[in-house]
Structure formats: structure tokens, C-alpha cells
Design a protein around this ligand. Sequence first.
Ligand code: CAA
Length: 380
Amino acid sequence: MNFKLSEEHEMIRKMVRDFAENEVAPTAAERDEEERFDREIFDKMAELGLTGIPWDEKYGGIGSDYLSYVIAVEELSRVCASTGVTLSAHVSLASWPIYKFGTEEQKQRFLKPLAQGTKLGAYGLTEPGSGSDAAAMKSTAKREGDYYILNGSKIFITNGGEAEIYVVFALTDPEKKHKGVTAFILEKGMEGFRFGKKESKLGIRSSPTLEIIFDNVKVPVENRLGEEGEGFKIAMMTLDGGRNGIAAQAVGIAQGALDHAIAYAKERKQFGKPIAEQQGIQFMLADMATKVEAARLLTYQAAWAESEGLPYGLKSAMSKLFAGDIAMEVTINAVQVFGGYGYTKEYPVERFMRDAKITQIYEGTNEIQRLVISRYLLKD
Ligand code: CAA
């Protein structure tokens, strides 16, 4: 067993950290305040090859692996969780299912521009009436000759409105429930494909979250991803890996908050000495650091397993559950270390605390992760 990262992984970490600190961090607070998505940041990530980290060069990627990808999401989230999830949704949720289930023609047409970052991707599963119970979706896709006619809507779509390519799910056979779900690749600008309400959120405010509406959208058969009825499996398998991306986001948020807390504790003086000299603060920092490290190891292990072609669904769910929970705890404690100042917008820790909350909710709530994990444990 070897826990040392390879030179390639260290190099990617350094490159993303430099980029995050110099190009992402300076505007993070302002973008959060203004709820503003910055496409230029995404374009710069594309220039660095981050948008196609795990994909082969023939599909426009840089031919690295999932561990490099989670390191990138972690480093971005260490300064701006919104930027972290932009990349995570783009790679794990939009690109992965096309890489895994797309035809060669679909990979050239859709995966390549996603990997090169000339197009941004999104994923649409959740509906107003189907969140945790994903199989209860109502959107339909009715075959008419060489087309499917899509009707319905999806909510809480990360990268919604800004993305050009959407992997979405609809019922081609409503009678069959989850066995009647089919996946489709939609493109911005298709007739009847509209954007609805933009959510105003507690955290990850510079990541757009929109409703997407299908109003008799005419989708060519060649945009169907996989076979009819395969959609639910595609959606679930996509989330298996996506959850590890969210774990990486959570680790990054927690590490960012911890870094700020350590720096502040050394600088802030009370009772005639830096608060870092108080054992109460020291113990708090020690607990925070230990939990961040444990979450990171679980997250990297799941990514490593996926890179090696080993089963990773269980580890991925565990990583998201644990990292999401500790990100919440660590960021709350970071605010505590800062005291009253931590509660103000003068320092970034309140933003980290707001951003952490979503990691316990999206890509399956942590209650759903417990359900997924326990099913692995209890199955024959
Ligand atoms: N891989 C492959 N197949 C899977 C699978 C997996 N991980 N999980 C389930 N399946 C298959 C099952 O084998 C089963 O197949 P058969 O019918 O052929 O036997 C079928 O799917 C149905 O499985 P279940 O009976 O387990 O389904 P269920 O209705 O009980 O629900 C669930 C399972 C795990 C609760 C699922 O509904 C779920 O994951 N819910 C959470 C949804 C979610 O994570 N949403 C996130 C939205 S995306 C998002 O948040 C993005 C963002 O903003 C960034």
C-alpha cells in the first residue's frame, strides 16, 4: 500500500492551487454576493485542461484519471465551492455518462467539446415531485418517427442556463416506472427547451441553479443516450461517481475553512496572547484537521478505485456522506474560532459555512447515502 501521490497528481494539485489562488479566490466573495457565474473562469479551466481531466486525448481530454479530477475539484473548492461544483457537474454528471454510454458519434459530437471546455455541461434528474425518490419522475418522451417529443421539467439544475449540453431523463414508458426511464442529450437552443426560475440560494451562490422546461422539445433519436429503459441505471451509475466529486468539494471547503482558522488563531490576540495558545482552540483545530484528513483519504480512495477499474459505488457514497458531514462541522467551528468577526462578511469563513451545507444535500442527501451504503452492507 502506497499513500504517496504520483508526480502527475502533485503537479496537477500545484497547477490548480496556483490557478485557484490567483484567478478564482480574488473574486469569490464578490461573485457570491452578486450571485454571478463567471464564464471566463470556466474558459481558463478549459485552457488548463481541467474540463477534460479523466478523458482520453482522442475525446479532447488530457488522459489523466479520477484522482487528478478530485484533486482539482478539492483545490478549486478550497477557495470557491461554486467553481468546484461547476467543474464537478460538468465532468461527473454531464461528461461521464456520455463517455460511458455514448456511441462513438455522440462522443465526438458532445464529449469532445465538453472535454475541451468549448461547451459547458449539466445534468437533469430532479423534478418538483421527485428528489430523493428519483424514480418518481413525471417528464415524458414520446417517440414519433425519428424524434422523441419531450415534455415536463427538471429543477435545481447546476450549470443550468449557462450550459450548452444537458444529459436529462424522461419516461418513454410511464407504465414501467424506473424501467421506463430513458436518457437524452439536449442542446441549448432546441425548440421548446426553455429555462425557468433561477434559484437564489444560501450558498454556492455563483453557481447557477435553474429550472429547465421541456415544452414539446423535438429530440432526434441520435440524441438518445443508451437504449430505451436504460435511463435509470445510467442516472444511478452517473451519481455513483458524481458523489465522489461532491466529497472532493466538501474536503476542499473544509480545508479552506481550516486554513483560514489556523492563520487567524495565530494572529488574533486575546488575554495578552494569540488565541492559538489557548488549549480550547488548539483542540478544536486538531479535531478539524484530523477529520479533514480522514475525509480526504476516503475521497481519494474512492477516486483511485474508479481509476483502477475497481468497484467504487460504496466508497463514493461513504466519501460523500463523511466529507459532507465534516465540511459542515469544520466550517461551523472555523466561524467559532473567528468569533464575532467570523459571522461577518469581512472574512470568508461564513461563506464556507454557507457553501458546506449543500454538500449534505445534493447528489443524494446524506440520508440517501446511508440508504445506499446500508443496501451494500445488507445485500446477499
Ligand atoms: N448502479 C446501477 N444500477 C442501479 C444503481 C447503481 N448505483 N442503483 C440502483 N440501480 C438499479 C437497481 O439495480 C434496480 O434495477 P432493477 O430494477 O433492474 O433491479 C433499479 O436501479 C432500481 O433500484 P432501487 O430499487 O434501488 O431504486 P429505488 O427507487 O429504491 O431508489 C435510490 C434508489 C438510491 C434511493 C435513488 O432513487 C437515489 O439515488 N435517489 C437520490 C437521487 C439523487 O441523488 N439525486 C441527485 C440529483 S443530481 C444533483 O443533485 C446534481 C447537482 O445539483 C450537482
